[in-house]
Design a protein around this ligand. Structure first.
Ligand SMILES: *[C@@H]1O[C@H](CO)[C@@H](O)[C@H](O)[C@H]1NC(C)=O
Ligand SMILES: *[C@@H]1O[C@H](CO)[C@@H](O)[C@H](O)[C@H]1NC(C)=O
Ligand SMILES: *[C@@H]1O[C@H](CO)[C@@H](O)[C@H](O)[C@H]1NC(C)=O
Ligand SMILES: *[C@@H]1O[C@H](CO)[C@@H](O)[C@H](O)[C@H]1NC(C)=O
Ligand SMILES: *[C@@H]1O[C@H](CO)[C@@H](O)[C@H](O)[C@H]1NC(C)=O
Ligand SMILES: *[C@@H]1O[C@H](CO)[C@@H](O)[C@H](O)[C@H]1NC(C)=O
Ligand SMILES: *[C@@H]1O[C@H](CO)[C@@H](O)[C@H](O)[C@H]1NC(C)=O
Ligand SMILES: *[C@@H]1O[C@H](CO)[C@@H](O)[C@H](O)[C@H]1NC(C)=O
Ligand SMILES: *[C@@H]1O[C@H](CO)[C@@H](O)[C@H](O)[C@H]1NC(C)=O
Ligand SMILES: *[C@@H]1O[C@H](CO)[C@@H](O)[C@H](O)[C@H]1NC(C)=O
Ligand SMILES: *[C@@H]1O[C@H](CO)[C@@H](O)[C@H](O)[C@H]1NC(C)=O
Ligand SMILES: *[C@@H]1O[C@H](CO)[C@@H](O)[C@H](O)[C@H]1NC(C)=O
Length: 617
């Protein structure tokens, strides 16, 4: 009997060790517990109406596919896995951002774009020294910008546009030595632009249009060594002038200062060699239009709604890329030279719009016959009393209409052989190529042109070469000019039609991941012409949904399943052990008892080992 008992105990211990060894071996390297805890807190402070984050209840963040949590491939020196990206765009999340975000200390991309999150930006984000992209645009965030964000040594991009952020732009942001992109438009940021920001060595895009900035335009900004776009429309720099130093901004591509209450004269911007877009409209600028010749790259000049006097400079007729010259609602006088439209030969995709309404222009010198694709508006000028010109004095109409392609199903292809969420590609070199596209909502935030038609092919080449795809893989489903002006598009990407002589109808998983990461990581290089882009959405239809699972999923993961099975075995073994022990005790009633506590301990350690492991997952 005693031997039986010993045998049983040994068996129990053995089983126990074996089971725990099996469970232990099953464990992948795990996520830093500090980060796991932080993620749980982050989720707690969010409201997730669609339950897209329901996966955040099970398993380990890095090994159990938590929605939007992307980790490093390898463990760090501390032996743990760490979160590298939090990609939670477009999930209709509300609630607030938890200060615990600051504990994700290896994070590189923080992406909460296009949700409905309110509350303030936690200052603790300033602790994430590794942060490269801070993407909080398109929410309901309030409060002011934490000074702490100025101490992020690796930050490349801060996008907080389209929120309700108020308060000043912190001076500390002058320390953002690596930051290239300041996208803070459409908020309520107030106060003066700190001149200290002119130290920023890498600043490329400074977009703060539609805020409450006041004070003045810092003349020091002319020293920014890399600045390409300065866009500050709809702020109030009441009674101040455009600094003369801005004529020295040698890299500038776009200057947009519409409706900023600016006064005084327009500086001579003819020394800016690549200036492509100039909008100084709706200010109180006076004096004459500087006679210096602007860059031959200029596509758009908007000086309307000011108090400009004098004549239209003669050299404005000689811009090879000009699409729009708007000088309506000023006090310009003299004659309009027909060389403005006769010196250009436009191809079928080009458009030239000249809006000279409501000035004091007295006549047209030369022919008033307009070539195809040139539009001239002259209403409200003395020259309209000339009956030969009444056709040019009518009311305006819009030029570039938005494009929306209709559903595509060519006659020769059978609709029933292309299942839903697949479609026939209209750009593929083979006909009736039925494939599942990736859908991307995309927006040019500050384009360097006014009309898209002539640049459509250039754009297709730019985006597909940036993504390392064939041009035919992209189909621009629609585009639409919206306020800003920004150009919103819906893009469809189709797989290559043949890989190793085999027709493929879908992208493989790694290609989907690669393309998505290019968009969400801002890895497509910016273009001088197209400017910065925004990602509005990245939609994965049926054949791709498993690549980034984010819908509530029924069923349980394999890790949990293994745990459940082993737990079941453990319970069964324990139960039979207890029953056996009772039997043993029954037979050993009259025997000299051996350490009752011992087998209790065995039982306890068994329970501890086996059950605590289970309940911990
Ligand atoms: C995570 O997703 C990948 C790819 O979809 C899948 O192969 C893997 O089994 C998933 N892991 C877990 C633990 O769910
Ligand atoms: C993961 O490892 C592969 C090589 O195994 C490497 O090419 C890739 O860049 C790594 N990805 C990350 C996110 O570190
Ligand atoms: C987003 O959430 C709101 C409630 O917070 C709900 O009314 C709305 O329908 C949701 N939108 C989507 C697209 O799920
Ligand atoms: C945004 O969140 C607020 C409050 O959390 C809610 O009332 C509103 O319906 C949400 N709107 C959308 C579009 O989800
Ligand atoms: C940024 O660069 C300046 C000038 O090189 C330097 O003085 C400053 O310490 C740097 N700031 C940070 C946060 O690295
Ligand atoms: C004009 O722009 C093009 C690209 O659109 C560029 O290649 C060219 O160098 C620019 N020209 C000048 C004079 O800057
Ligand atoms: C332009 O406006 C400024 C400020 O309102 C004024 O001082 C100046 O005399 C004006 N100049 C001209 C040429 O009208
Ligand atoms: C005009 O645009 C179409 C399609 O966008 C393109 O195929 C064509 O080559 C363009 N023509 C010229 C002259 O640029
Ligand atoms: C330019 O004019 C031609 C001929 O009238 C026309 O076919 C074409 O659509 C016009 N292009 C644009 C961009 O309006
Ligand atoms: C994505 O964005 C595009 C462009 O704004 C829009 O047309 C489309 O409806 C959006 N798709 C989804 C699923 O939100
Ligand atoms: C594809 O097919 C062509 C002719 O049918 C053949 O010459 C070529 O070697 C094939 N390529 C591959 C990668 O199998
Ligand atoms: C989030 O969950 C909703 C509801 O299940 C689903 O329709 C949506 O596709 C999910 N969002 C994403 C980005 O997958």
């Amino acid at each position: 009997m005693f031997q039986n008992w010993t045998y049983l105990a040994v068996l129990l211990v053995g089983l126990c060790c074996w089971t725990s060894a099996v469970i232990g071996a099953k464990d992948d390297p795990i996520t830093d517990p500090i980060e796991v805890k932080a993620l749980q807190e982050i989720k707690k402070s969010l409201i997730d109406v669609n339950k897209n984050l329901s996966s955040w209840n099970r398993g380990d963040p890095c090994t159990s596919n938590w929605t939007g949590v992307l980790c490093f491939n390898t463990t760090k020196e501390d032996g743990y896995q760490h979160v590298r990206e939090l990609q939670l765009l477009n999930l209709n999340l509300s609630g607030e951002l938890s200060p615990e975000l600051g504990r994700l200390s290896y994070l590189e991309i923080l992406d909460f774009m296009w949700n409905n999150i309110s509350g303030a930006i936690p200052k603790e984000i300033g602790n994430i020294k590794s942060l490269v992209l801070l993407l909080l645009n398109g929410n309901q965030l309030t409060g002011s910008l934490p000074e702490e964000l100025g101490y992020l040594p690796n930050l490349d991009r801060i996008q907080i546009d389209q929120n309700h952020i108020s308060g000043p732009l912190p001076k500390s942001f002058a320390n953002l030595n690596k930051t290239k992109h300041f996208h803070m438009n459409n908020n309520s940021i107030s106060g003066q632009i700190p001149p200290e920001l002119s130290r920023l060595p890498m600043l490329v895009h400074f977009l703060l249009d539609n805020n409450n900035l006041k004070g003045y335009l810092p003349p020091e900004f002319s020293r920014l060594p890399s600045l390409l776009i300065l866009q500050l429309d709809n702020n109030n720099f009441e009674g101040t002038t455009i600094p003369a130093s801005y004529s020295n901004m040698s890299k500038l591509l776009k200057l947009s200062l519409r409706n900023c209450s600016l006064q005084g004269q327009i500086p001579d911007l003819s020394r800016i060699p690549k200036l492509g877009y100039l909008d100084l409209s709706s200010n109180q600028l006076n004096g004459t239009i500087p006679p210096g010749k602007l860059s031959s790259n200029i596509t758009s000049i908007n000086l309307s709604n000011n108090r400009l006097t004098g004549t239209i400079p003669a050299n404005y007729s000689d811009f090879p890329k000009l699409q729009r010259l708007l000088i309506a609602n000023n006090s310009l006088n003299g004659s309009v030279s027909s060389t403005l439209w006769q010196s250009r030969t436009l191809n079928a995709n080009e458009t030239l719009t000249l809006d000279f309404e409501n000035n004091n222009l007295s006549n047209i010198s030369g022919s008033s016959d307009l070539p195809a694709n040139v539009t001239l508006w002259l209403r409200g000028n003395p020259l309209c009393s000339n009956t030969n010109l009444v056709n040019l004095c009518g009311s305006k109409s819009d030029i570039e209409s938005n494009m929306q392609r209709s559903a595509y199903n060519p006659l020769e292809c059978r609709p029933q052989s292309c299942p839903s969420s697949y479609e026939y590609s209209r750009t593929s070199p083979v006909s009736c190529f039925c494939a599942a596209p990736l859908l991307v909502g995309y927006r040019l935030k500050s384009p360097g042109f006014s009309y898209f038609h002539q640049y459509k092919t250039t754009f297709e080449d730019y985006i597909t070469s940036g993504l390392n795809l064939h041009p035919y893989q992209l189909d621009i489903e629609s585009f639409m000019w919206i306020k800003g002006p920004r150009l919103s598009m819906y893009l469809k990407f189709f797989p290559v039609y043949e890989v190793n002589n085999k027709t493929s109808h879908v992208f493989n998983d790694s290609e989907v991941r690669r393309i998505r990461a290019m968009f969400t990581g801002w890895d497509i290089p910016d273009s001088d012409l197209f400017g910065p882009y925004e990602l509005l959405n990245f939609t994965l239809l049926e054949p791709y949904q498993h690549v980034f699972p984010s819908s509530p999923k029924s069923g349980i993961s394999r890790g949990v399943l293994v745990g459940v099975i082993l737990g079941g075995i453990a319970v069964a073994v324990t139960l039979s052990a207890i029953v056996s022990l009772f039997i043993v005790r029954f037979y050993m009633r009259d025997y000299h008892p051996i350490s009752k506590r011992r087998h209790c301990e065995y039982l306890k350690s068994w329970e501890y080992l086996c059950f605590s492991r289970d309940s911990s997952s």
